[in-house]
Design a protein. Structure first.
Ligand code: ATP
Length: 343
């Protein structure tokens, strides 16, 4: 008898991603003296159902493909006893056969709110662990439900299709463009939970996930259920599909803007307002955003409203003065040229 369908589903999702990792990291030439080192794949595990299911599938699939499987858990230090829980998670990962397994403690700052600060600290710690261990990839347990929540959060921000594209199946960290993989992005949370249950894997339910003080938690427990009630069960799947379609569109527009940029600059490299005016707004706004970032505006603080204001120097010119952008960057129209620079 084969494995339970939920277990088969999580293993298949992980197997596919491990094949991709192997394609990205072909084995080096074998030396006559030593076998080639096997690549290491780490699972980022909070101890929750999604990442425990992921860890179990990695532990099962990796050895079959000649991959070493390890794990890392991050102690955010935000709750009393979080160190004990991290120790327990490392123990569970070792019991699954993962090696190396490490627990890493971080200090969570305040920048951008509690959720963003915890996420930043977590990714820095995961990057450092991947570097330390020489890992070829780090697996994350985001599911289709997480993706649906991310799309809704992006929609509510009102900042365009890039923020509707949710999380990428493959994304980068410093110096490693394809470090993070999300094998469960097409899988629902229920499947991961079920896989843990039928494999008798103990899981830890993060109290933050149910805390209504957090936006994502309210969305998970109130927003999405209300949407499902109003629009039907398929809404999560539809939102996840929106993410993929939006990502493809956003990538195409980014590429278009990249190509168009050189044609709107004069011999001195300045942006010509008349040529910018002639471009479709989506392409023009991308060029403006890139120019602001190049001048030193931090991408994370540069919002749609900032770019709209710069855009009005092109499309609604009435002699406006200097426009201040984050990172002390200023934008100004001068003699038919748009100048974006440090103020
Ligand atoms: N403390 C942590 N240590 C290591 N990895 C983490 C930690 N918290 C989250 N992650 C990784 O990020 C993914 C998404 O986490 P998030 O908290 O957003 O979702 P979740 O639905 O609660 O996931 P899980 O059920 O795995 O905790 C996790 O599946 C895991 O891979």
């Amino acid at each position: 008898m084969g494995p339970h369908p939920a277990v088969a589903a999580i293993r298949l999702a992980v197997r596919r991603v491990l094949h991709d990792v192997l394609n990205d990291h072909p084995a080096p030439e074998a030396s006559p003296h030593e076998p080639p080192p096997s690549p290491l794949v780490l699972v980022a595990c909070s101890g929750g159902a999604d990442s425990m299911a992921l860890a179990s599938a990695l532990a099962f699939e990796a050895p079959r493909l000649g991959i070493r499987a390890g794990g890392v858990t991050v102690d955010h230090g935000l709750q009393p006893g979080s160190d004990l829980r991290a120790a327990e998670v490392t123990l569970r990962l070792r019991e699954l056969g993962l090696d190396p397994v490490e627990s890493t403690a971080v200090t969570v700052g305040r920048e951008g709110g509690p959720e963003a600060a915890a996420r930043d600290a977590r990714y820095s710690a995961l990057d450092a662990a991947a570097e330390r261990q020489g890992a070829a990839a780090v697996l994350l347990g985001h599911t289709r439900d997480d993706q649906a929540e991310t799309v809704l959060l992006g929609l509510a921000r009102g900042s365009g299709i890039r923020s509707l594209s949710g999380m990428a199946a493959v994304s980068g960290g410093p110096g490693a463009a394809r470090r993070y993989r999300r094998p469960f992005l097409q899988l629902d949370r229920q499947t991961a939970r079920k896989a843990c249950m039928v494999q008798s894997l103990p899981v830890w339910d993060d109290p933050h996930n149910a805390d209504p003080a957090y936006t994502r938690s309210r969305l998970r427990h109130e927003g999405l259920p209300a949407l499902e009630k109003a629009l039907g069960k398929g809404v999560v799947e539809a939102l996840a599909r929106t993410a993929q379609l939006s990502r493809d569109d956003a990538d195409a527009l980014d590429a278009w803007a990249g190509q168009a940029e050189s044609s709107v600059r004069d011999a001195a490299g300045l942006l010509e307002c008349a040529k910018l005016y002639a471009l479709p707004p989506a392409v023009r706004r991308r060029i403006l955003r890139r120019a602001a970032i190049e001048a030193g505006a931090p991408a994370g603080s540069l919002f749609a409203r900032h770019i709209e204001e710069v855009d009005r120097l092109i499309t609604g010119w009435r002699g406006q003065g200097v426009i201040n952008l984050p990172g002390k960057v200023v934008a100004q129209r001068q003699g038919g040229r748009l100048v974006i620079r440090q103020g």
